[in-house]
Design a protein around this ligand. Structure first.
Ligand code: HEC
Length: 225
């Protein structure tokens, strides 16, 4: 029994020691302007995360790929799910077709019917496809297969070569289907900003009114077990 009595004290002694030690670490860390743990990421680690490509093409790397080259990439890595012509296999998404269907009962959102930018298509394929091995394609393969998917949708000609200059120039069919500026008027809110009441008092409250159902509240009246 006595060992049980002592163990909490021993434990709390240990805890205090650990706490003191970590507190002094924190103090030291704060003094030096850091938190005292972790390590600065390397350039390489940052580059691995920093892969986003913006609509204006910012972030697109060097390299290029043609529609012809893209056909091979597509057949090897994409067609099994998305179909030879982007028509989709089983429940995997279609990448082509669907033009004019967005306001129908069964809209088909595809690269051709929906996507506003070609540059972000590059981003999506680069970061997420092929589904079973994301980020396994080279930049040139992504350029090529992006060109091919655009060509499947008749958005670019067969001799198109995708690169960081040409992709942002591609005008997507549904670009203007998006609303780029919020058309709603700016409305003043009616929060009191001047001549406001000095003091606000609570004149009523829900307390004690039994508004919330509970096992003993009015809603249970009449229920017998
Ligand atoms: C194993 C099946 C599979 C393979 C292979 C595959 N994808 Fe996909 N793809 C998917 C699935 C599933 C989604 C939907 C993912 C989601 O919505 O989160 C998708 C979504 C997409 C989309 C977005 C469709 C949209 O309009 O939202 C594109 C573009 C795309 N894939 C391109 C490709 C390309 C290019 C390749 C080949 C490099 C490829 N995919 C290979 C399964 C696959």
């Amino acid at each position: 029994m006595s060992s049980f009595d002592k163990s909490p004290r021993l434990l709390s002694g240990l805890c205090c020691g650990v706490m003191l030690a970590s507190m002094s670490l924190v103090v030291a860390a704060e003094q030096s302007g850091h938190y005292g743990y972790g390590e600065p990421p390397t350039e390489e680690q940052i580059a691995a995360w920093d892969i986003d490509v913006r609509p204006d093409g910012m972030g697109l790397p060097e390299g290029s790929g043609s529609v012809d080259e893209g056909m091979g990439v597509y057949e090897t890595y994409c067609a099994s799910c998305h179909g030879a012509f982007g028509e989709g296999m089983g429940r995997y998404p279609k990448l082509s077709g669907g033009e004019g269907s967005l306001d129908q009962d069964r809209p088909e959102k595809t690269v051709g019917s929906y996507w506003p930018y070609a540059s972000t298509l590059w981003d999506y394929i680069h970061r997420a496809m092929p589904f079973f091995a994301p980020q396994s394609l080279t930049d040139d393969q992504v350029y090529a297969v992006t060109a091919y998917v655009l060509n499947l949708n008749y958005i670019v000609e067969g001799d198109f070569v995708a690169n960081r200059e040409t992709l942002p120039e591609v005008v997507m069919p549904n670009h203007d289907g998006f609303i780029w500026e919020d058309p709603r008027p700016v409305v003043d809110n009616d929060r009191c900003m001047k001549d406001c009441k000095e003091e606000v008092t609570v004149s009523d409250s829900a307390e004690g009114k039994n508004l919330t159902p509970s096992t003993t509240g009015p809603l249970d009246e009449g229920i017998t077990e």
